[in-house]
Design a protein around this ligand. Structure first.
Ligand code: SAM
Ligand code: SF4
Length: 364
């Protein structure tokens, strides 16, 4: 089967104030045991797969010893049939990277970097607990290019404050000139994070939602105008640099996830590893489910309408749902909110921001 692989590295140098991902700091002595168990988990896997993409994410993969990454990648290459053109990504943070690590990654076959820039405003970075500054972020991109990476993505966060668009453009320019892909996320205030605590204590005041949406619309226009096409709600790429790994998620392709809290999806079966080290080591699953027909229909619509893959009407029909009979469908089509090309419908990107509302209408 064609498949992608996700490997989770749950270690970080420190925990950012907004982050609710399965990632932990100050537990460096756990790393050896974790990687031993990760290897065991991969060795135990029974799937035969032709691998189109590998994504080493976290946490902060660049924070751990490079040799751990090499060992895992070597094992995956040996065990599975990995395409020679497979997209192999690693997430790196500007404060835990240097030229020799980047050279090492390149040498072991990694061909795409996802750099956690988040912001190029030093005050904003400090306010959210990031350990790097603007200079380190720019330097990381420069080094990545120097060692020969051609496919570089940066993560950005919007909504940290009401943006001065002139300053934001000034920040975006050096990124657009040097990278091929940008993921721009609107900051979410998650439960059990330091950010939530700071907001409750009124020590951080975030802009209101309308202000953030307004900033986001301007960013989208600006990026589109400069050759970064929005191909999913939060993702922008130069032509040909769309992330294959994420496209496979949105197309509901197969993926195997290894490591703490990692999710897998094969056929219509989904499972997820435990979120604590002890339970992960014991092989306990946090989730195991076979999707129902209704869940599959909902996923096809939800994932397809949020990116430029769109929704295949025939696929839905085969599952027993003729979306064209939905009373809202024609209204959305006639008002150019949805566009139909042969059997594929797409949501116009300018409506991505309200996609939840539209999707709900199509599921009624
Ligand atoms: C799983 S994190 C790992 C990346 C890497 N460790 C880093 O921090 O740069 C992937 C991305 O999710 C985004 N993210 C994390 N928490 C978020 C939140 N509360 N709201 C919006 N985006 C968030 C950040 O942009 C981050 O780069
Ligand atoms: S945002 Fe990245 S570096 Fe920060 S705590 Fe989360 S995973 Fe770690």
């Amino acid at each position: 089967m064609d498949c992608s692989i996700y490997v989770h590295i749950p270690f970080c140098e420190s925990k950012c104030f907004y982050c609710a991902f399965a990632s932990f700091s100050n537990i460096e002595n756990e790393q050896k045991k974790y990687f031993e168990n990760l290897e065991k988990e991969i060795k135990r896997d029974k799937h035969t797969a032709n691998i189109k993409s590998i994504y080493i994410g976290g946490g902060t993969p660049s924070f751990v010893d490079c040799n751990y990454i090499k060992k895992i990648l070597d094992l995956l290459m040996k065990k599975y049939d990995v395409d020679k053109n497979a997209e192999i990504t690693i997430e790196v943070n500007p404060n835990s990277i240097n030229e020799s690590k980047l050279t090492f990654y390149k040498k072991i076959g990694i061909n795409r970097l996802s750099i956690g820039v988040q912001s190029l405003n030093n005050l904003q970075l400090k306010r959210i607990g990031r350990l790097h500054n603007k200079k380190q972020a720019i330097n990381c991109i420069k080094l990545a290019k120097k060692v020969g990476f051609k496919n570089i993505s940066c993560d950005l966060l919007l909504g940290l404050e009401k943006e001065n668009f002139w300053l934001l453009k000034k920040s975006l320019r050096p990124l657009m000139k040097n990278v091929t892909h940008l993921s721009c996320y609107m900051l979410q205030v998650e439960d059990n994070t330091k950010l939530k605590d700071l907001i409750e204590k009124k020590q951080i005041i975030l802009p209101n939602e309308d202000e953030v949406v307004n900033d986001y619309q301007r960013v989208i226009k600006y990026l589109n105008k400069h050759g970064f096409k929005q191909y999913e709600i939060s993702n922008f790429a130069k032509e040909g640099f769309e992330c294959k790994h994420n496209l496979n998620y949105w197309a509901r392709g197969n993926y195997l996830g290894f490591g703490l809290a990692a999710h897998s999806f094969v056929g219509n079966k989904r499972w997820a590893n435990a979120k604590t080290f002890d339970n992960y080591y014991k092989g306990i699953k946090e989730l195991e489910e076979v999707l129902t027909k209704q869940q599959i229909i909902e996923e096809i619509i939800m994932l397809g309408l949020r990116c430029d893959l769109g929704v295949d009407l025939d696929k839905l029909k085969k599952l027993g749902y003729d979306i064209q009979k939905n009373p809202n469908f024609n209204y959305l089509l006639e008002n150019n909110i949805l566009v139909k090309n042969k059997n594929i419908i797409n949501l116009l990107p300018k409506y991505y921001g309200v996609s939840n509302m539209i999707i709900e209408k199509l599921l009624n």
